[in-house]
Design a protein around this ligand. Sequence first.
Ligand code: NAD
Length: 286
Amino acid sequence: MSEIKTIGVLGAGQMGGGIAQVAAQAGYEVLLADMDLQHAEAGKGRIDKFMSRAVTKGKLDADAKQAALARITCVAGIEDLGPAEFAIEAATENVELKKRLFRSLDRALNKDAILATNTSSISITLLGAETHRPASVVGMHFMNPVPIMKLVELIRGLPTDDATYEATKALATKLGKTVITSKDCPGFIVNRILIPLINEACFALQEGLGTAEDIDTGAKLGLNHPMGPLELADLIGLDTCLAIADVLLRELGDDKYRAANVLRMHVAAGWLGRKTGRGFYDYKKR
Ligand code: NAD
């Protein structure tokens, strides 16, 4: 296994952008890919904006920002991630898409490179089976927003070897994160707890127990949560929450994971949360 100098990030959305940022800030060269060069560059633009806000707040030095941005190179597609010793896939939460992306990553990267996925719920073993290197495939689940949240959940697939696990743990530590380890089971640890909470808040909303504000204030002041479940769902992305709930239902086979209709209808309407300007709350008015 070679020393990790270059990290390939596939998917330049909110999570991929955050991962690229923390990797560049930790001194790694980053290759950032999405569906095409324009999407990758749009992702880098959002990283620039996010870091500019940190500079304005005095939390980040302007020179450090420029140095980190200079370490992020946008590329046209997966085939350009070849030089990376470590790749992190952070594309849309869809099993068929991720299977396809893992087959392409396997072709594009050297055979001793590690392939990690930031999936919230999809089996690492399943994705590893799409490659010729299942022992070098691992789950590296960052939290949102990546530059702020301290946790990384590591998931070993059935065939993941110790060298891959230890190298991924060392990388997460270098990125300033605290690591927990979960078995390869739908939703792993964090989303196994979080998604039923968010889904129950959705049921409470659709049954008219209270307004979205009532439900979120109840969780914040009654349970001492820093954010309410509905505003957190808007931050995560309602499409991602629904995709995870559907994986939990399908894989665990228990009706208690059935997604609330109000969540499904918001996704059908394209009201995906902050990223589209509207979810359970309207961010254009805020
Ligand atoms: P997002 O919608 O912000 O970004 C997804 C990105 O994937 C987009 O830029 C999209 O263009 C890209 N993409 C789609 N198809 C692609 C393809 N064929 N090739 C390359 N790129 C492609 O979503 P996100 O919130 O960043 O989530 C990404 C992943 O991270 C998902 O697996 C999700 O479950 C996981 N995750 C999300 C959160 C969260 O809070 N949102 C937290 C932890 C993990």
